[in-house]
Design a binder for this molecule. Sequence first.
Ligand code: UT7
Length: 334
Amino acid sequence: MTRASGAIGVRIAGTGSAVPERRLTNDDLAKMVDTNDEWIVQRTGIRERRVCDPSREGTFTLNRDALKNALDASGMKGSDLDLIIVGTCTQEMSCPSVACRVAGEVGAVGAGAFDVVAACSGFVYSMNVADSLIRSGRFKRIGVCGGDAMSSVIDYQERSVSILFGDAAGAAVLVADENPDRGCVYQQLGSDGRDWSGLYLPRRAQEVPEADRDNPIRLGCLRMNGREVFKFAVNRFRQVIEEALEATKLTPDDLSQVICHQSNIRIIESAMEKIGLPKDKVFVNIDRFGNSSAGSVGLCLDQVWRAGKVPAGKPMMMVAFGGGMTWASGVWNV
Ligand code: UT7
């Protein structure tokens, strides 16, 4: 939907990100399961991904560090925030939320805090919700994070899922702005829960659908029907971008960047080709970071923001899809 009329705009005051130091290369994976570098690069575009040291890193620390970096870049303190939203699906605990722990550590005592669970769409969902809350006039400064420690829910004995995912978080600090044309001028949040079993994380045997009872992946680990998700992703990705362009009457030429979820290079390239998006408008870092679920769009945003690739005066688009199934897009005037 396009922006509701109102006098308040939204400015991205700063961005940040955090990734673990430890690199897991395709050759490292080939020592753990029956796979190889050539297959992974050809089918996914991934060369390496980052993974947490579980003794000291995880979803909470990644999101905390990403938000700290975004606050530094904004010249703001945690105590300046009135709300923190974290998009994630790998929370260490269902209570408290990651957002509450992040708020506690960045000094945002008294601020509202909640998690958004939309799998890989989590960061774009959270940015869209935050923009709307600021436009409502009820919040002025929101810290938005998206981050997942996917390594905590991957069965590394299984090659179909383990090769894709990595750990990362990205964040942005959003503040109210007097220019109502600034911020998210178009957004879409979508889901189709009918096909949830294409990508899911069961905790108990009762949750596993009959057709997936023989799946060798352990409970508590992510399960994915790769081919099904691939088909969904290629179509939905293209459709969501086309709908955003149509609603805003923009062409690919008008955009500075399309920042898209780093799912698989073949999915990204297929959408680029069908829509006619030139290579220099679509940021790609999947080769170095893999698919970091809710971390991926936030990490890309921070990297393009710091590289000066999303200047004021040209809108940029963020787009993601993921488990649920979910999808989301946002067109932003920065
Ligand atoms: O961000 C969340 C959303 N997730 C996604 O976007 C993921 C979407 N899906 C995909 O990216 C792809 O489906 C995968 C990368 C997961 C798999 O690629 P694919 O081209 O769909 O492969 P496939 O599952 O159709 O398997 C092709 C062959 C099979 O062998 P046969 O039956 O042709 O002999 C697999 O057993 O490749 C085999 N294979 C592997 N070989 C080496 C599957 N995984 C591997 C592997 N290494 N890791």
